[in-house]
Design a protein around this ligand. Structure first.
Ligand SMILES: [Zn+2]
Length: 359
């Protein structure tokens, strides 16, 4: 039988390789969650809880601040890239090296080697991040055990190339429906064309000037774009309906309600018959001015960058916990067949976190 133990005395790079060789595609995380739970339970300074295949460990030292270090333990489907391979340049190749077992290895190393941190720590290892949101382990914990996620500041060790990425933009998809009246196209003047009625919507989109607000020193960049158009009945019919699907990526200084209101406002005089919210995930404020976050940025150095895509940091934000991404992997290499990570970056990330938590 395969060895199912995790030795947290291994350095973070070797531990990453070990985690990659412990396959955990979404939905099959149980053996890895078991191994993480067993390894953490052996550490007397941690209290360990489990919810499904999510493992949560925490220190309880009565410190003034509590910091959460979170990471998902699942990977996308393996693409012939497991077991891992370390090349002569110190680059570790394999599924999950970048996204995000290198980050999980750093979490485990901090858990094992910093028994008396200067801030209380909560370690969250969760499942099903790489699949639909309904299955996301962090979402399940937030719904069932929100008190486990309480804290002053959260760090997700998702790949960010060793730079701090703050907050994330929200994403709203809305359907804008225009209507008309059907008629035979041979006598088009008897009807009214719903596709033509969408022209003001498209013109407004083409001339839309996106905001680039600066929040906590980070410049976000919004976008309002058509991502789909549907309409048409038959080749000889004047269409009575057209739907333009619009995606609004918005900076985290807007609430979800404000984002919806903005879309209504932009197209207020464009003849839209109906606005329907199709999908919506709010943004997350970077919270970089929070003392714990400011100290973190000071300790790890570099210039924080805004996060444009949507990530799980917004789940923390929704719970009132400012959150950033900070992980050793290069995000452009995530999910690729040639996924890889520089082992030096893993070790550097671990060292910077240790310094911040012990100085
Ligand atoms: Zn990830």
């Amino acid at each position: 039988m395969a060895d199912t133990s995790l030795d947290l005395a291994l350095d973070a790079a070797t531990l990453t390789a070990r985690l990659v060789d412990f396959p955990s595609e979404s939905g099959t995380e149980k053996p890895l969650a078991d191994a993480i739970e067993t390894a953490l339970r052996a550490l007397p300074h941690l209290t360990v809880d489990r919810y499904g295949n999510n493992v949560i460990a925490r220190t309880d030292l009565g410190r003034a601040e509590r910091v959460i270090l979170a990471g998902h333990i699942d990977t996308v489907p393996i693409a012939g890239n497991v077991p891992s391979r370390l090349d002569e340049d110190g680059v570790l190749w394999g599924c999950g090296t970048c996204d995000m077992k290198s980050g999980v290895a750093v979490q485990l190393r901090i858990a094992a080697t910093v028994p008396a941190p200067n801030r209380d720590l909560t370690f969250v290892f969760y499942d099903n991040e790489e699949v639909e949101a309904e299955r996301n382990g962090l979402r399940h914990i937030a719904a069932a055990r929100p008190e486990w996620l309480a804290g002053d500041f959260a760090i997700l060790l998702e790949p960010s190339d060793g730079e701090v990425e703050g907050g994330c933009q929200g994403t709203l998809r809305m359907l804008l429906r225009t209507t008309g009246e059907r008629a035979h196209s041979a006598r088009s003047w008897m009807g009214s064309n719903a596709i033509h009625a969408a022209a003001p919507v498209l013109a407004r989109l083409a001339s839309y000037e996106a905001r680039r607000p600066v929040i906590d020193g980070l410049e976000y960049h919004e976008g309002l774009n058509a991502v789909g158009v549907s309409g048409g009945v038959a080749g000889n019919v004047i269409p009575d309906e057209c739907v333009v699907t619009v995606n609004f990526r918005y900076a985290p200084d807007r609430t979800e309600e404000e984002a919806i209101a903005h879309v209504h406002e932009v197209f207020a005089d464009c003849g839209v018959e109906e606005f329907v919210v199709d999908d919506h995930s709010g943004g997350a404020l970077p919270g970089l001015s929070h003392p714990a976050a400011a100290a973190f940025i000071e300790a790890v150095g570099g210039t924080p960058r805004p996060k444009f895509g949507w990530t799980d940091v917004s789940r923390f934000s929704a719970l009132g916990v400012p959150a950033v991404n900070y992980g050793p992997g290069n995000p452009h290499l995530a999910h690729k067949r040639d996924e890889r990570v520089e082992t030096a970056k893993i070790l550097a990330g671990e060292e910077r976190l240790r310094k911040w938590l012990t100085v």
